[in-house]
Design a protein around this ligand. Structure first.
Ligand SMILES: Nc1ncnc2c1ncn2[C@@H]1O[C@H](COP(=O)(O)OP(=O)(O)OP(=O)(O)O)[C@@H](O)[C@H]1O
Length: 764
């Protein structure tokens, strides 16, 4: 047998093992129902066994493993051993060592971390190539031969390796490069086979540890967050069984895009939602103007609401007298005041404080009744507590968040005194107050205020771990809503200050982490991008200086890809989409929100099928994406229409453009008629050399101050039929060399020329 045939035979053994595990799990479901000691354990065991059986039953015949580790003789515990690593554990028959080790098991860490410089006892790391569930090849890295020895490409057998990319990240082989550069066709996939060492460090950080990850576009923040959720549930399942793990994303399109990743890793119990959905205790029917929204998201609102709520607690105006047959049990005003003050001092949530006052006053009444020889039974206790509760209502009333917010938005002059300016108070005050809180049209920002009030009244449900994506966009008040839910748990905070687009987006992680309730969290940086080609990253990086945030520029892993800047209007967009259809993969047409409908009509008018929403859909290749919804998403080919309109549409429009520019996996076409935003046309301070190779058959590239471009082509403007690059870009020789010459296909410089390993920084 050849080595490849041996591996293929091993695949069959694994599939047999999986079938055995499924039979066993189904059998256990039947037996489990009868063996458990009590109903509660029977239910829990039953649920566990059923979900295991379901998970195994849903195994889609995909690759049972993606890698193999062969240990050399040096490490005693694993010396001479061989382990296959896969998405899930596969047991062997008859107590033999497992056929496949789960990627999250401690030993699998070596698969991600070992390198030629630090082999960790590994002689050979093997990566497998698969096509349609068939094992088609493998690639070996001989880590015991030192850093200068690149990977051995094993038998190929039709494995799709894409173009020849030469040496890549740390000498990574073709299987890794092909996986990262594969055309995207639908929702996000897991990255277990190719997690990079710095990503693995974040995925496997301890449960107690909160993390803040600043990562440029496409550096794998979302992927890291989702794999961390799966890892934590594996490593700490028992501890997380009560609180669970919550994943918060920016919008529903994003959730649709990521929704398949955790189930593919066998984790179906993670709650994935948006913060808005989590806080939606009532529907949001109203809309705030920007001025009002900015004040409502400001952290000072927490103090305004706290005051408005606690103003409801008053001095008891009269003593309490509970009628009991012929007797009356009294509690004096000063006793009531003392009990209330004590409860206030304990600084507990409002409703808990109220309950404590009721309980203490009821206990005073009870001791008085007992002293007079009264027999106390359950009915007496119930009756007395009812009387005490209605008396306590007079000075510590029960309250709903909506009632308090209704008051604040009607007139906050007292609660906001010395906290908000007169203009700010006016901004949040209803022009025409509704009649009651029931008829109020609450806005999205009001729901955050209602949640703050609900949290002041009663503690919300807490999670064992919360993962927050696009966290730079959260306002201080939204951060507090997250903090309330992770008070006793930990957080993974993922974001990019440069991608902040909300009016309140963070400009500093230390401050944001303080609002999130974990002020001393270290900030880690990811700087190697796995999505966007280098030539596009270089264009996007030109915006960084204008975004007024201190983030390291990201570098791309990808030497392939193409950038074109085309002059034209809607017909040019349609033509670019037709051209894109000639390539494999998803196509996203990103435009200012106001133009998205018009472009959709232009595309469907040209006979093209367009998906209903922005989430990449494998069955309909083209999506039209309003710029405000493109965050977190990616498309193989992006046609970006009229950047100047995207910038002009909102206060942090440049940040929005930065996000939109970095959604492309293989090709980006920027189509514009209006002048391009100036940062795109001016030369960057420092521009890395981008390579000297040219694709066969292309025109010669041009050489600028910063290095050589790739092959160049010009594209005709559809209607006018004139070939043209962007005249604006033409003003600058450097711009011309980087993008006006437009096409940079087939660059394959060594990554080491431009990329640095990810770094770590801490908040100052
Ligand atoms: N180690 C890896 N191996 C293979 N693909 C990877 C790896 N890391 C990231 N990717 C891929 O790169 C793309 C970008 O990843 P992801 O969306 O997680 O980045 P991000 O930092 O959240 O991006 P953004 O901030 O721009 O939304 C995804 O297609 C992801 O699968």
């Amino acid at each position: 047998m050849t080595p490849l045939e041996e591996e293929q035979a091993y695949v069959e053994r694994c599939r047999e093992g999986l079938r055995r595990m499924l039979d066993g799990a189904r059998h256990n479901v039947v037996v489990g129902e009868t063996v458990a000691g009590d109903r509660y354990s029977a239910e829990r065991l039953g649920r566990h066994l059923k979900s295991l059986a379901k998970e195994l039953g849903e195994d889609d015949g995909g690759p049972p493993f993606f890698g193999r580790l062969d240990f050399g003789p040096a490490v005693s515990e694993h010396a001479g051993r061989r382990y296959h690593i896969g998405r899930r554990h596969v047991s062997a028959d008859g107590g033999c060592p497992p056929l496949v080790i789960d990627w999250r098991a401690p030993i699998s860490r070596t698969f991600y971390q070992a390198s030629a410089r630090d082999p960790r006892g590994v002689a050979v790391r093997r990566r497998f190539g698969w096509a349609g569930g068939e094992l088609t090849g493998f690639e070996d890295e001989h880590l015991d031969r030192g850093p200068d020895h690149g990977p051995d490409h094993g038998p190929d057998h039709g494995m799709d390796r894409g173009a020849d990319h030469g040496a890549d990240l740390d000498g990574a082989g073709r299987i890794l490069t092909a996986e990262i550069e594969r055309p995207r066709v639908g929702p996000m996939r897991d990255i277990v086979a190719t997690i990079q060492p710095e990503q693995d460090d974040l995925v496997r950080a301890g449960l107690e540890e909160s993390l803040c990850v600043q990562g440029g576009p496409g550096t794998g923040k979302t992927a890291v967050g989702l794999h961390r959720a799966a890892y934590l549930l594996y490593a700490h399942r028992k501890r997380l069984s009560r609180g669970g793990v919550l994943v918060l994303g920016p919008n529903r399109a994003f959730l649709g895009y990521i929704s398949a990743v955790l189930p593919a890793l066998g984790e179906v119990d993670v709650e994935q939602t948006t913060l808005d959905a989590l806080l939606a205790r009532v529907p949001a029917r109203g809309i705030d103007g920007t001025d009002a929204a900015v004040v409502k998201h400001d952290v000072r609102m927490a103090e305004v609401l706290r005051r408005a709520l606690h103003r409801r607690v008053r001095e008891p105006a009269e003593p309490l007298a509970v009628a009991d047959g012929s007797s009356r049990w009294r509690v004096s005003r000063s006793e009531l005041r003392h009990v209330a003050e004590e409860a206030r001092r304990e600084a507990m949530p409002y409703a808990v404080g109220r309950e404590r006052v009721v309980a203490r006053v009821a206990s005073l009444v009870r001791s008085r009744a007992e002293a007079r020889g009264r027999t106390i039974d359950t009915a007496w206790t119930r009756r007395t507590t009812r009387a005490v509760t209605s008396a306590v209502d007079a000075f510590w009333p029960a309250v709903r968040p909506e009632e308090v917010l209704f008051e604040v938005l009607t007139d906050c002059s007292e609660a906001a005194e010395g906290v908000l300016t007169a203009a700010e108070r006016a901004a949040i005050t209803w022009a025409r107050p509704p009649r009651t809180h029931r008829s109020a049209a609450w806005t999205a920002a009001d729901l955050i205020l209602l949640d703050e009030l609900a949290g002041l009244i009663e503690r919300p449900r807490g999670y064992g771990h919360v993962i927050v994506d696009e966290a730079q966009d959260l306002s201080p008040m939204q951060c507090r809503a997250v903090a309330r839910r992770s008070e006793h748990g930990s957080l993974t905070v993922l974001g990019d200050l440069a991608q902040g687009t909300t009016p309140w987006a963070a400009r500093d992680w230390a401050e944001q982490m303080a609002h999130l309730g974990k002020p001393d969290t270290a900030v880690m940086a990811l700087t190697t991008g796995f999505r966007t080609p280098a030539v596009v990253v270089e264009l996007a990086n030109r915006l960084l200086a204008e975004l007024a945030v201190d983030v390291p520029p990201s570098r791309s892993f990808r030497r392939d890809g193409r950038l074109r800047v085309l002059r034209g209007h809607d017909p040019a967009v349609v033509t670019a989409v037709f051209e894109a259809l000639g390539h494999e993969g998803s196509i996203g047409v990103i435009a200012a929100d106001a133009s998205a409908g018009r472009l959709r009509a232009a595309l469907t008018g040209a006979g093209l099928a367009v998906a209903d929403g922005p989430t990449p859909d494998p069955s309909v290749r083209i999506s039209v994406v309003p710029a405000t919804l493109c965050k977190g998403l990616e498309y193989d080919h992006v046609v970006l229409a009229e950047p100047a309109e995207i910038v002009a549409a909102e206060e942090r429009g440049l940040g929005r453009l930065y996000v939109a520019l970095t959604r492309a996996v293989s090709r980006l076409d920027v189509v514009h008629r209006r002048p391009l935003p100036s940062p795109l046309t001016s030369p960057p301070d420092v521009m890395p050399t981008i390579g000297r190779r040219s694709a066969p058959g292309a025109d010669a590239g041009t050489t600028g101050r910063t290095g050589a471009t790739g092959p160049s082509r010009t594209y005709a403007e559809p209607r006018a039929g004139r070939g043209s690059g962007s005249p604006l870009l033409g003003h600058s020789a450097i711009a011309r060399s980087a993008c006006a010459v437009i096409v940079s296909e087939g660059f394959t410089p060594r990554l080491a020329d431009t990329a640095e390993p990810s770094t770590m920084c801490r908040p100052s």
